[in-house]
Design a binder for this molecule. Structure first.
Ligand SMILES: [Mg+2]
Ligand SMILES: [Zn+2]
Length: 186
């Protein structure tokens, strides 16, 4: 079976609007041109997979049930135009959390590549044909650490304050997700 290629996306500030530690399903707002983005990726054979740090769980800001409710709302909004995420990976951990179960160093919190490596295993993905897009430098580092062929920063969400000069390679710098995707995958 030939390997798949994926477009890995950070969730907050990228696929949906950044709302600090989002835990209310009514706060889910999709990014601009999201239907076109999915059409573009599907036409080019890409799986679409969320890779998201959700340390609000470890920090006790919200509970897993709330994260699931937010995810359900996101799924509903995508289903309105017939789309579905191929995978969703969350890291609940933080080294300075308050919920003992999730308070630790882990290999999944970005910039570590753990979630991308797990997704590659689960979905038979060739990382060297895949891309990662985020609004923080750590999102891009996770993609680079995992061996993605390209990564891009979007200036939505926290992206306006990201400093790309800390990265060892030059990366795509885009105003929004539609531009990032159509630049990396013409
Ligand atoms: Mg983000
Ligand atoms: Zn983790």
């Amino acid at each position: 079976m030939p390997a798949n290629k994926a477009c890995f996306l950070d969730r907050d500030g990228v696929l949906i609007e950044e709302k600090d530690y989002l835990c209310d399903p009514d706060g889910v707002v999709l990014c601009d041109r999201v239907e076109e983005i999915f059409k573009h990726l599907r036409a080019r054979g890409y799986k679409v997979i969320i890779i998201s740090n959700q340390a609000g769980i470890a920090k006790g800001y919200f509970k897993e049930e709330q994260l699931i409710a937010v995810q359900k709302r996101l799924d509903e909004l995508l289903a309105r135009f017939g789309e579905k995420l191929d995978g969703v990976y969350y890291c609940y951990h933080h080294a300075n959390g308050v919920i003992p179960e999730y308070t630790r160093e882990c290999n999944c919190r970005k910039p570590a590549p753990g979630m991308l490596l797990q997704a590659a295993k689960d979905h038979n993905i060739d990382l060297s044909q895949s891309i990662m897009i985020g609004d923080r430098v750590t999102d891009l580092q996770a993609g680079l650490n995992a061996g993605c062929r390209a990564v891009a920063l979007v200036r939505t969400g926290h992206g306006h304050k990201a400093d790309l000069s800390v990265l060892p390679v030059s990366v795509t710098d885009a105003p929004d997700l539609y531009t990032a995707i159509t630049t990396l995958i013409p």
